[in-house]
Design a protein around this ligand. Structure first.
Ligand code: SAM
Length: 211
């Protein structure tokens, strides 16, 4: 996907403060509630994909999770998150990478993504993302994606996004994942606009034929 995407996001985090970012949430209530419902052990391997300078990792640290990973294409976003969390940041694995180029030996118990997946609009990129999720979520592990619903905006941060219905999301992921449930959330941006998100949880099915 390359350097243009990275440049875009580096510039965003260089020039805008948190309350100028449309996706900013002071507390990621829906994500935290959905994750709490999974009753994961505190040692669960969790990755927040496109976590940016979001508040989820801080909320999970507060709950006592000890195996947290945050991945983002923007080094500045990661630096901002680390600076904000100060000493607590040492307990997190920070990864600067484009998710479509990410490779690891880790098999995650939970893969969370709020508002990163929907920026992938090209079929090849979407395919790479799903292939990486298939490979790096353990059998029985969970994939949780929050993306703009069909009622959500068509663009965000000056970029096109792909919006999802529950059916379209499940169809995309059916090769490796079983849908658990989806919920909608109306997110109010710092400037007062309403954006409808669809959050879906999926379980990684058993590995068959290399899928
Ligand atoms: C709309 S923000 C959401 C941030 C965070 N998840 C939250 O909810 O506050 C999208 C994030 O995804 C990151 N991102 C966009 N494309 C990415 C990619 N291909 N790989 C990794 N991160 C990406 C951006 O840098 C940005 O931090």
């Amino acid at each position: 996907m390359g350097s243009l995407t990275k440049e875009h996001w580096e510039k965003v985090y260089e020039t805008k403060s948190s309350n100028e970012l449309s996706w900013f949430q002071s507390y990621p209530k829906t994500s935290v509630e959905l994750i709490s419902g999974l009753n994961l052990p505190k040692t669960a391997a969790i990755i927040d994909v496109g976590g940016g300078d979001g508040r989820l990792v801080g909320a999970l640290l507060k709950q006592g999770f000890v195996n947290l990973h945050v991945l983002d294409i923007s080094a500045r976003a990661i630096e901002r998150a680390k600076a904000r969390l100060r000493g607590k940041a040492d307990g997190v694995i920070w990864i600067v990478s484009d998710i479509t180029e990410f490779s690891t030996e880790i098999r995650f118990d939970l893969w969370h993504d709020r508002a990163a997946f929907h920026f992938l609009v090209d079929e090849t990129q979407i395919g790479k993302y799903i292939e990486t999720a298939n490979k790096n979520i353990r059998e029985g592990g969970c994939l949780m994606i929050g993306a703009f619903s069909e009622k959500g905006p068509k663009r965000c941060s000056g970029l096109d996004v792909r919006r999802y219905s529950e059916t379209a999301m499940a169809e995309r992921l059916k090769g490796g994942f079983e849908k658990i449930r989806c919920v909608e959330e109306d997110h109010t941006t710092p400037s007062g606009a309403c954006q409808n998100f669809l959050f879906c949880g999926f379980m990684r099915r058993g590995f068959k034929n290399g899928t």
